[in-house]
Design a protein around this ligand. Structure first.
Ligand SMILES: *Cc1c(COP(=O)(O)O)cnc(C)c1O
Length: 332
């Protein structure tokens, strides 16, 4: 068993430290005004474009902060993870740049396109079993046997602080922001942003966004403890996955800081994707389109004249699935 040493809860000061640490390895992304979304919602709506990160998603911030915080000895041994999406690419990317060995454990069910994307950044792939649980078991075995450090996709203070650097940039660009819309899966992103923003502007509400089916954080908040849900097909596949039965940080931080989590039907997510392509000229994945989808469908309404920031999280989407989703939506 990996020993679960307890690290203190991350704080706003950790986000400031993360910012200095990761600055050379990430892009400071633009915050752009959206005319159409502003018109529709009667507010001023700004989009934080994390789809413009080199790996195509904000996850590079947290992964970079974690890997850059390793001790010399840990760096020599290397890192491992069992998450396959944007997090795996981010871990592979930063490790490759720093010359740190990275092993991504996957099951034999992970599609080839995802494996290629991870390999392209120079990470080793370890194929173990045929389920996500098998991949996780292999990851823990590797960590115990070879001393590789497991980089958790969300429930880690360094990862949370890294994602929080988005909040610092938002406050610089829009100091009088009134409300934030942030996609939620494991909750690392929204927890980090909340730490950064609430330290300066404690009253700013943060609205979480998930898909209707398989929103584990939302179900866990309702149950008062981490629960599991069956995975269903969704356009927002980056929002699937559990929060961990032994969740140490994000469940508590989301409970403390997120005003509510709004669940979106698939049609609203598709609408968000079509909007981002047709009106903003950008192809983004379903998870990243939840903010625009929530405003277009009316699932979230904004106070009249308020300033809202919407985090556009990533662009890792299969082109066929993307086009199918966009074509399902009539122009508006
Ligand atoms: C990981 C991810 C999310 C959710 O982040 P959490 O920290 O797990 O809540 C949202 N969008 C994209 C594109 C992601 O890769």
């Amino acid at each position: 068993m990996e020993e679960r040493t307890r690290v203190p809860f991350p704080e706003a000061s950790d986000v400031w430290e993360a910012r200095k640490r990761i600055a050379p390895y990430i892009r400071r992304t633009p915050l752009v005004f959206s005319h159409r979304l502003s018109e529709i919602s009667g507010a001023e709506v700004y989009l934080k474009l994390e789809n413009l990160q080199e790996v195509g998603a904000f996850k590079i911030r947290g992964a970079a902060n974690r890997v850059l915080s390793l001790s010399e000895e840990e760096r020599r041994r290397g890192v491992t993870t069992y998450s396959t999406g944007n997090h795996a690419q981010a871990v592979a990317c930063i490790s490759g740049r720093l010359g740190v060995r990275a092993v991504v454990c996957v099951s034999d069910r992970v599609p080839k396109a995802k494996l290629d994307a991870i390999r392209r950044w120079g990470a080793e792939l370890r194929i173990a079993g045929s389920s996500q649980d098998d991949a996780e078991a292999e990851c823990r075995r590797l960590s115990a046997a070879e001393g590789l450090v497991i980089v958790d996709p969300f429930d880690d203070p360094f990862v949370i602080a890294g994602q929080g650097t988005i909040g610092l940039e938002l406050l610089e660009d829009l100091p009088d922001v009134d409300i934030l819309l942030v996609p939620v899966s494991g909750g690392g992103l929204v927890s980090g942003i909340a730490l950064a923003v609430k330290a300066n502007r404690p009253g700013v509400p943060i609205v979480g966004l998930s898909m209707e089916r398989g929103a584990v954080m939302h179900a866990s908040l309702l149950a008062g403890r981490p629960v599991t849900l069956p995975e269903s097909d969704t356009l927002a596949d980056s929002l699937l996955g559990g929060i961990g039965a032994e969740n140490r940080y994000t469940f508590e931080l989301v409970k403390r800081h997120v005003e509510r989590i709004v669940l979106l039907p698939e049609a609203a997510i598709a609408r968000g994707m079509a909007f981002m392509l047709r009106r903003q000229g950008m192809a983004v994945e379903g998870a990243a389109a939840t903010g625009p989808g929530a405003l277009l469908s009316g699932a979230v309404s904004l106070p009249e004249g308020s300033k809202a920031a919407v985090v556009i999280t990533g662009n890792n989407v299969d082109p066929d699935a993307f086009l199918k989703a966009v074509k399902s939506v009539r122009d508006e």
